[in-house]
Write a protein that binds this ligand. Structure first.
Ligand code: FAD
Ligand code: UDP
Length: 389
């Protein structure tokens, strides 16, 4: 059974009188709501995390070489959301890094997403030229097409191209990443990396993008640096015994309810770190391996903040299924049956007063950082600030 949230007895006489808020999870989702409650409502917040650090999956640190390492894989901030940008820039500056991804296709290092420049890298000039013209006639310029859509071609030569892109870029990578072929993964997932009829090699076209100049952990530290906020690390919600007026839960909703209705599936990832005795290991921060190797991509961290050192640190990223007790949850798996199970948990959650579920795990949604921040702000704004006790 999940915990029943009992109301905290309020003694108006006591000078300790203060509404008590518990935030479970010190990733971006938890840190943003903790900050808003502490600052805008002037209420006490206890924020806990079962990990030994704040910042959740965005955690980074400087290693002995002075390189900022993203422990759980490269994190690039990008958003078109003005409100999120204005909020987060109160806590950090960003550099002007614009993310590009290279991919190794049959020994050729080229641009991902597949774009017009990729076309010229992988095909002879004449053929690339012909295909470019056909693509622009069909779609126009600066257009993004999800691969599952792109496969539906009438023209024989474009069909051949679409099959090539599918096989060389999506089929094996997606099978490594998700354990199934692209057709069995929600279309929105592969649509994150479309076929792009453009010569723009950037991975994201958002108005705002960059890396926080002192790293993500510093941003979260600043969010939590408030006299009303207490942080407790190495603390699992299931071991807490106190009661709180409000609980903001950014952990996994099925875990909260002790898996009563079954487990929500996730994909997990793990990283093999290597230090190399040379200035650079590869030509870019991220190189994908869409049609070879067992890992999906290699991250080289010094590129993000332009860290200078004679050595370099890389991480090879591998994917596997999440297994309770064995590894961590990283990616919710967008699928109808999983959504249905999630919604059943959400129904149960309605019986609890003043418990809010959100974040990548609480909402069971494949959020980027900006979406997680936007969602926390939304939860804060939807609170009935006076009447919900
Ligand atoms: P999390 O960061 O997962 O935080 C949840 C926290 O809750 C964790 O610290 C966990 O330990 C804690 N917790 C869970 N259960 C309990 C419990 N019972 N008791 C106590 N604590 C608990 N986004 C981008 O915008 N750009 C990127 O480039 C990008 N790259 C990514 C790469 C990878 C490999 C992954 C996995 C994600 C990436 N993301 C990226 C997404 C980004 O990591 C998330 O949007 C963000 O971390 C969501 O924050 P969150 O607080 O919801 O979740
Ligand atoms: N993808 C792919 N080949 C690539 C890059 C991405 O097949 O070279 C697919 C894959 O299914 C992946 C999805 O597109 O999970 C989204 O990629 P993205 O880089 O956005 O994933 P994330 O950084 O969130 O892991």
């Amino acid at each position: 059974m999940g915990k029943q949230i009992k109301k905290f007895k309020i003694n108006i006489e006591s000078d300790k009188y203060m509404k008590k808020n518990l935030v479970v999870g010190a990733g971006f989702s938890g840190a943003v709501i903790a900050n808003l409650i502490a600052d805008k409502l002037n209420e006490k917040v206890l924020i806990i995390d079962k990990k030994n650090h704040i910042a959740g999956n965005c955690y980074d640190y400087r290693d002995k070489n002075g390189i900022m390492i993203h422990q759980y894989g490269s994190h690039i901030f990008h958003t078109d959301n003005q409100k999120v940008w204005e909020f987060i820039t109160q806590f950090t500056d960003f550099n002007n890094y614009e993310h590009k991804v290279l991919g190794m296709i049959d020994g050729i290092e080229t641009h991902i997403p597949f774009n017009i420049n990729t076309l010229y890298d992988v095909f002879p000039r004449e053929k690339a030229n012909r295909l470019e013209k056909k693509l622009i006639t069909l779609y126009g310029s600066e257009v993004k097409i999800p691969i599952l859509e792109f496969l539906k071609q009438d023209d024989e030569e474009l069909k051949e191209l679409a099959n090539y892109v599918y096989e060389k870029i999506f089929l094996y990578y997606t099978t490594k990443q998700w354990g199934v072929a692209p057709s069995s993964v929600d279309g929105a997932v592969t649509a994150r990396v479309p076929v792009y009829i453009s010569k723009d090699n950037r991975y994201f076209q958002d108005k705002y993008q960059g890396i926080p100049t002192n790293g993500y952990t510093e941003v979260v530290k600043k969010l939590l640096n408030h006299p009303n906020i207490e942080i407790r690390l190495n603390t699992d919600y299931k071991n807490l015994t106190e009661n709180y007026n409000r609980v903001f839960y950014t952990g996994a909703i099925d875990e909260f309810f002790n898996y009563e209705l079954g487990q929500l599936p996730y994909r997990s990832v793990y990283f093999e770190f290597e230090e190399h005795d040379k200035e650079f290991y590869q030509n870019n921060s991220v190189v994908n391996y869409p049609c070879s190797e067992n890992y999906t991509r290699i991250h080289e961290y010094k590129y993000y903040l332009n860290d200078k050192s004679k050595n370099t640190v890389i991480a090879k990223e591998y994917s596997e299924n999440f297994e309770l007790g064995k590894n961590e949850r990283y990616y919710p798996i967008p699928k109808d049956e999983n959504k249905e199970l999630y919604e059943k948990y959400l129904e149960k959650a309605k019986d609890l007063k003043n418990v809010y579920f959100f974040g990548r795990l609480g909402d069971y949604k494949y959020y980027d950082m900006d979406k997680a921040i936007a969602r926390s702000i939304e939860v804060f704004e939807s609170l009935d600030k006076e009447g919900d006790f």
